[in-house]
Design a protein around this ligand. Structure first.
Ligand code: HEC
Length: 173
């Protein structure tokens, strides 16, 4: 019985020490060769494709096909159609995935131009007379909040339908 009590006492005394092992070591150092602080993506200088993978592909997928189950529209072969209707050019910058991304204005402009380029995800949906975005244009549009996103998008889709554009955004089929 005394032994058992003693054992119980040892456990009570030792438990906090055991817990303490789960607390990070305040004297811990970076692994050798890994001392430098990580650069924010806006300063990292990655290629446009890498920025897309890091900032967009989590929702829109690597191939831009999106996911209806997650309410994420398809960019592939479709996103360029927004440039064919009034207000669409602004819309593409103001959607939260763009305007609130960690990318800077020049990176966002590059990303849009990369989506729309010949052989880009937008494919044939890019209008023939495509005017590239500039960092200045993105800076100006980005900070104007879109108050009614679903309503704005619905109006743009309606304007596309009126032009006879097939709505292949992966959401409505
Ligand atoms: C957290 C998920 C998520 C991320 C990350 C994201 N998006 Fe989106 N994106 C959406 C959703 C959902 C929509 C539909 C409109 C809305 O609800 O915002 C959308 C809409 C868009 C649209 C408008 C196209 C349309 O059919 O409405 C474009 C263009 C776009 N995203 C591009 C991007 C780019 C480029 C990035 C990376 C910088 C990005 N998105 C990051 C989820 C995301």
């Amino acid at each position: 019985m005394r032994r058992l009590l003693f054992l119980g006492l040892v456990c009570v005394v030792a438990a906090p020490l055991a817990y303490a092992r789960a607390i990070p070591d305040p004297a811990q150092r970076h692994a050798p060769g890994n001392e430098e602080l990580q650069k924010p993506i806006a300063q990292a200088g990655y290629s446009v494709g890498v920025n897309y993978q890091l900032q967009c592909a989590g929702c829109h997928l690597g191939n831009g096909m999106g996911s209806a189950a997650n309410d994420t529209p398809r960019l592939t072969g479709f996103v360029g159609n927004f440039l064919k209707v009034p207000g669409g050019r602004e819309f593409l910058v103001r959607v939260p995935g763009m305007s609130q991304s960690a990318l800077n204005n020049a990176q966002l402009a590059d990303l849009l131009n990369w989506l729309m380029r010949d052989g880009g995800l937008a494919g044939k949906s890019t209008p023939a007379e495509y005017q590239p975005y500039s960092a200045e244009e993105v800076a100006e549009l980005r900070h104007v909040t879109m108050l009614n996103l679903p309503g704005t998008r619905a109006e743009l889709i309606k304007a596309m339908r009126a032009q006879g554009i097939a709505i292949e955004d992966g959401m409505s089929d």
